[in-house]
Structures are given as C-alpha cells and as structure tokens.
Design a protein. Structure first.
Length: 320
C-alpha cells in the first residue's frame, strides 16, 4: 500500500527544515510520496521545501490558499493535500514537529491492519526543560486521551493521524467548522460510525510546544473555545448555571497561578514550568468562558444536534 505524507505549512520557515530532514530518513517498502500544502505562506518556507526535491519521494507542493480570499485553517490544508494524494492511506505531520526514525514504517505497518491509526507524541526533545509537562509525559504520550464528558470518546492530535483512504472517503473531509479541534471532531465522528482508533506507540512524533506565555495562553484559549463548541455541536447539554460556575472555576485558579508566579520570581525549580502550565490552563478556561458568554445555543442550531450527527454517521457503518 502506497502512503501519502500530508504536511501543511503556513509560514513555517523557522522549523520546517527539521521536519523535512527527518522525512529524508524514513522508509516504506510499499512506496510513498510527500505532499506539502502551502496555505498562503509569505516567508521562505516554500523555498526551503523546494531544496528537498530529489531527496524526498514524489515531493509536491499544492496550494490551499487563493490570493484575495480568507485563509482557511489546518483542516482545509489537510483536505487539500488529500485531494492531491495518490496513496491508499494518508499520514499527517506538521511543519513545527519532527517525526522520529522509523515513524513512517510504523505508521504503514499499523495502517495495514487498522483504518484509523494515531502516533505517540513526545513533548520533551524539541522543547526547553521548563516547557516539559509538569505531570507525567504529556498528552498522547502513553495512549489516547479519553474525554472526561459523556460519551467519553477517545481523542487525538491530527499531527499523528494515519487514515486509510476508504475510511476518509466514508467519513468525509475534516471539518473546517472546527479550526482548532478538527482532529477531536474527526475522532468523535469516526467513533459514532463504529470505527475504533488504534494507538501505535512505535510511531513517534516529537511535538513542539508554544514557547512564549502569550502564545500558550492564546493556544489554550482557542482549544477551550473550540472544544466547548464541539461538545455543543454533538448535543451535549449546557450545564445549569454554566456561566457563574465557569467564573468560579477561573477564580479558584488564581491562588495556584499566584504561587506559580512567586516560585518563578524566586527562581525556584519547577516555578517556570508551573507558570507555563497554569497559563495554558487559564487560557482554556477563558476560552470556555468566552463561548458561554456568546450564547452557545446559536452554535448548536448552526451545526445540528447529536441526534442529527448520529443519523448522518449511521449510514457509514455498513461501509467501514
């Protein structure tokens, strides 16, 4: 089975060479190609990609952005790359991460027996020590993340996705309605259709964290906002007194933030790590609060209910 590596990029000149170098060391006996999806980059990232012609099999650059139009997000880039792909399965990677040796072979081997495969993430190699997870090894390092809310589906990051073509054609493209948690939405959609997600620990991706506190807050806020939208989209009810309860939750975070900031100011071990973790979580809480203020009923009406989603996916079960 031929594999198509889909690599979206928007202004990735500072990091994309690391990923491209890592790809030059990959091997797959069934044949493979690399499709870089340019989403309107204005830096030198595409010139860097061009320098790898002859070093990566079937390397192509496809355009996901039309000048003069609004730039769509990462799910649009993945969909655009898949439209140009010729492989029987697709493996995703991103311009600011690095795939480990043996990643492609491990993904291909897993995809030979599973329609939906997810790689393991490492949060340490590409990040300064203060950005390492303060508790455990981080998201998707030991298995799939299980959502705490019912129906407790598994979720994973798209930077580690592997999909058989037949599954993608059955489920349809990644949703551009969820610019941040398109991966979580796709996992949810697959499981509603009865499709299991296979975790492949031998396939390793080195994940790059945001390295400034402002960027970490913004990322957390985006994730909190879009994850809450996803739950409303799937028909999860809004909790009673959700807005005041979220305000209380934010207030309860303040002492931990003050302690982390004090330890950081005193240059104590773990102080900077704790503040980095707290800032991301504060962003998440702020993003959820933002959506609650925006009246999520409108979101449910726009995207439909869980019943509608189940109806849309029930017809897929016979094709997977």
């Amino acid at each position: 089975m031929k594999l198509s590596v889909i690599l979206p990029c928007f202004n990735g000149a500072q990091t994309i060479a690391v990923q491209l170098d890592a790809l030059t060391g990959q091997h797959w006996p069934g044949g493979w190609e690399v499709i870089v999806v340019n989403n309107g980059s204005t830096d030198m990232s595409m010139a860097i990609v061009q320098a790898y012609r002859g070093r990566l099999p079937g390397l192509r650059i496809v355009q996901a952005h039309q000048p003069g139009t609004s730039r769509l997000g990462v799910p649009h880039s993945y969909n655009t790359g898949i439209q140009a792909a010729t492989g029987g399965a697709f493996v995703f990677c991103e311009a600011d991460d690095e795939v480990a040796p043996g990643w492609l072979h491990a993904m291909g081997s897993a995809l030979a027996g599973h329609a939906f495969v997810v790689a393991r993430l490492d949060h340490r190699k590409l990040n300064a020590a203060w950005l390492h997870p303060p508790y455990g090894d981080g998201y998707q390092s030991a298995g799939l993340y299980r959502m705490p809310q019912p129906p407790h589906f598994f979720s994973a990051s798209a930077c580690g996705f592997g999909l058989q073509r037949a599954l993608y054609e059955a489920l349809g493209p990644l949703s551009t309605d969820f610019p941040i948690v398109h991966d979580g939405e796709y996992c949810w959609r697959a499981q509603l259709a009865g499709q299991a997600i296979h975790f492949a620990p031998e396939a390793l991706v080195y994940y790059r964290e945001k390295s400034s506190l402002v960027a970490r807050f913004r990322q957390g806020r985006s994730w909190g906002w879009d994850t809450t939208r996803l739950h409303y989209h799937q028909g999860q009810p809004r909790a009673r007194f959700a807005l005041p309860r979220q305000l209380i939750a934010l207030a309860r975070m303040l002492p931990a933030g003050a302690r982390a900031a004090l330890l950081w100011a005193l240059r104590r071990p773990q102080g900077r790590t704790l503040i980095a973790d707290w800032v991301w979580n504060a962003g998440w809480a702020a993003g959820k609060l933002k959506l609650l203020v925006e009246k999520p009923v409108a979101v449910v009406q726009r995207h439909g209910s869980a019943a509608a989603s189940a109806a849309d996916t029930s017809s897929l079960r016979n094709t997977l």
